[in-house]
Each structure stands twice: as C-alpha cells, then as structure tokens.
Design a protein around this ligand. Sequence first.
Ligand code: F6R
Length: 357
Amino acid sequence: EKGTYPHFMLKEIDEQPLVMRKIIQEYQNEDNEIKLDPEIRKAMTDCDRIYIIAAGTSYHAGLIGKQFIEKFANIPVEVHVASEFSYNMPLLSEKPLFVYISQSGETADSRSVLVQTKELGHPALTITNVPGSTLSREADYTLHLHAGPEIAVASTKAYTAQMAVLAILAVDTAKAKGIELDFDPMQELAIVANAMEAMTDQKDLMEGLAKDFLSTTRNCFFIGRSIDYYVCLEGALKLKEISYIQAEGFAGGELKHGTIALIEEGTPVIALATQEPVNYSIRGNVQEVVARGANACVISMKGLEKKGDSFVLPQVHELMTPLVSVLPLQMVSYYAALHRDCDVDKPRNLAKSVTVE
Ligand code: F6R
C-alpha cells in the first residue's frame, strides 16, 4: 500500500532508514555480535576468490560489495554482469564462491549463470529480498535483505539494503579469519540510517535541484572517482529509467579521454565528491566541465565541502558513503520524472522482474 504517498518509489526511498535499522536488528544477536549462518561463514572463509553475479542496480551494489570484501576480508572479488558472464566465462580460480545479488531472486540472466556454476559444482550464495525465490531455492545459501516488498520498478531500498548486508558479510568474514578491524558495521549502519533520515527530510531541496538542473535537458552526466564512480553508474541508471533523460556515469579521470567532447553550454553534470583522497582531482574535473559551459551540481560530504556545492551530505564512514550519496540521486531522479509527467512507478518498456534472458 502506498498510504499517503503519491508513488511507491518515494515511499520506498523514505523507508531506507527503517530498512537499515531492520537489518541491524536481524543481523545482530543478544551479545551484539553479527548473527549469520555458520555455513555461510565457512563458505566465505573456504573460498579463494568471490565472483559476484548480478544485473542492473544489483550489479552496482556488487561493485560496492567488492570494496567491502576486499578491504575488510582480504579476499579477491570479481563482479560480473550476469548476461555477459553466461557466454564469456572468465578463467575461474581453484575454489570460487559465487554470490548472486538479486532483489527479486527471479532474474533469468542471473539464474542461467547459477545453473552453469552449479553444474560445475561450485558453491553459491544468493543475497535477495525474496527468500523463497528461484535464485534463493537453487543456491546453497541465502542472505535476506529484509527490505520489505519493493513495488516501484526502479530499485531504491533494495540497493542500499544489498550494500548494508554485503558490509556485514565482509566484516563477519574478516572476523572469522582473525583480521582485526576498527569498523563496527552495526554502528556505522546506525549512523547511515540517521544520515538517510536527514536527507529524506530535505525533499524540497531535491525537487529544487531537479528543477534547476534537469527540467529541460536531453542528457546528463554523473561524474565521480573511486567508489563515487560506482554510485554515479547507479545515479545515471535511475535517471534514465524513470525520466528518460539520456544519462551516463563516468569516472572523473576518463572524461578527458573522449566524453568531455559532449559537454556543451548548459549540459548538466552531477559530480559526487565524498572521498577525501580524490576530492582535489574530482573538483579539477568539475572545473574542466564548467570551463566548457556545463551546469555543474556538486554533491559533497561534510568535511570535504567547498563554497558553491549544491548539496552537502551528512558525514559517514568513507566506505559507507554510497549508502547515503545515492539518496539525493534517487530523489532528484524522482522529481525529474515527476516534472516530466513520466509514469514514475511503471516506466515504459520495463518490468519489475526480468524473467527472460
Ligand atoms: C533498476 C532495476 C533493475 C534491476 C535488475 C536486476 O532500478 O530495478 O536494473 O536492478 O533488473 O533485478 P534483480 O535485482 O531483481 O535481479
């Protein structure tokens, strides 16, 4: 039920702080330790490489999951688009673990890879919002997202839930391997939940940004470096699918290798600047596009902000920024679609679960 909300998408954007708190609750025991199926822990510590397989938004969550798992648990991770993996399988390591990320658990492209990797005898873990789904039933293990039903075609709360569960999984694996971390995922997720809440309270501002930057444009670029780049991919996908504005996410440093040719007078460029090590260089990229006439919207983070930034995110842990920086992108896409009279919850040509390859 939408309740008082005009669209499921807006309701689901607003539910994200609650989903974070639900995940904290579901993945914690009475002693405040991570609660996770010991078999999953074993599968994670036994493997020599993890292959994340997913599509669309879930693929984008996988790109962030790779950062968590490699940085915390010290296991190499490859992230693959399901539809490509099926026909072009890379050389596998000796003890691979396959991790399928799928909100619906029904995506045919991902399932077809699961069938193949099971035939090869490799273990599989599905991370899904629907525990009884095909991908969940056919994998050896399942982690539940606990995001509640996601009705809008454009995925929002499932994406942030996927990243939250991947962070918990990575830290649990690190602990099981005896790696010392000064990162408490539950504490960091609680901070994220509060930051999300602060943002969902600023809808007028988001609506204003959509008006200022996207009301008449035909295209839009999202630029970022390091993990901001992966969030840019997700921001561009959101905008494309619901507002039909042609949008692309680019790594800031790649612009000069071709794409900058597309920047014209008034082209909107949304830049994420949440990462201290690349703050200087992404701001250099912003200057480059502004010099060519771009209408730049900089979304930065407290502590890294500069005069003229369009929005400053509340501060969260450096690796957790995708869970908050995606919210303004979701909301700006929502309002851009709304202003253009698009069918926000049911965009043309798209289905909620893609059950064909
Ligand atoms: C984008 C979107 C799609 C899905 C993709 C995978 O907003 O919803 O890109 O993320 O079709 O779906 P699941 O996660 O159900 O496998």
